[in-house]
Design a protein around this ligand. Sequence first.
Ligand SMILES: Nc1ncnc2c1ncn2[C@@H]1O[C@H](COP(=O)(O)OP(=O)(O)OP(=O)(O)O)[C@@H](O)[C@H]1O
Length: 300
Amino acid sequence: MIFMTTVLHLEAVSRRFGERQVLQDVTFDVVAGRMTGFVGANGAGKTTTMRIILGVLAADAGTVTWQGTPLTRAVRRGFGYMPEERGLYPKMTVRDQLIYLSRLHGLGPGTAKRNAEALIERLSLGERAGDPLENLSLGNQQRAQIAAALVHEPEVLVLDEPFSGLDPLAVDTVVAVLRERTARGVPVLFSSHQLDVVERLCDDLVIIAGGQIRAAGPRQHLRESYAQPRYTLHVDGDAGWLRDELGVSLVDLDGPRAVFDLAGDADDQTILRNALSRGPVRSFGPVTPSLAEIFREVTR
Ligand SMILES: Nc1ncnc2c1ncn2[C@@H]1O[C@H](COP(=O)(O)OP(=O)(O)OP(=O)(O)O)[C@@H](O)[C@H]1O
């Protein structure tokens, strides 16, 4: 049997503004049913990439396809987009604009209302749904923007910094709502510079720097492939003896706690045995690098 994966695929997308090459051969996939975190420093090219996906901006070269077909205006109408510059009507009530937006996307009045109410409820906007957007707190405006991207039941979601300005509880709520969409097979691409949030949320990761993709793929796979042979050791006494162990290069030593790299031919069990021969060992093991460490490594 042939399995067709539904993907949003970018192939060698390039774009320049004047003399400045802002995107260079950007290639990556956003797979159905998975949350893809798009991370990069300020000015790396995330917003430009998202604008090209949505057709707000044209690429100089390269293609974007959905399920193997180049994007047309009609296909993009089925996308949900939360732009960086946001873009709801400040003076319209949250409820009215959610209904209006889903009607604009061709939903019938009953479905539009039902979807709007469900998202208002889900994103805890009930008390404020009858207020003009501009009267809401920034966090609630942000929730309304997310509701606006979702209300027409999009096939693909592209969200520019959806978590910025949200408190941790709101982040969890929004994540739960997005997970419901991925569970239905919707691919979600979201940009963020909050690496801790991305680390917790994404299934796949795309790292961009200076307009070029530096790493892309399943988060766990990236973590493993960038894994340094790094260990932590926690003993009762002082761990300073590690300095003299063959193959050990200390990264951090704080009394009984140590972080160290191990040369390829050194044996971690030998280190553990040596530690045990000196007294109790409270913990010992390899550490997986954090996303922040991988990010620093690939964008160096
Ligand atoms: N319309 C434009 N005209 C000229 N330069 C632009 C334009 N839009 C973006 N740029 C430049 O392109 C580069 C990439 O910008 P982009 O907004 O895509 O980055 P980003 O990764 O989204 O950054 P941030 O996290 O700060 O939003 C920046 O140097 C920016 O100044």
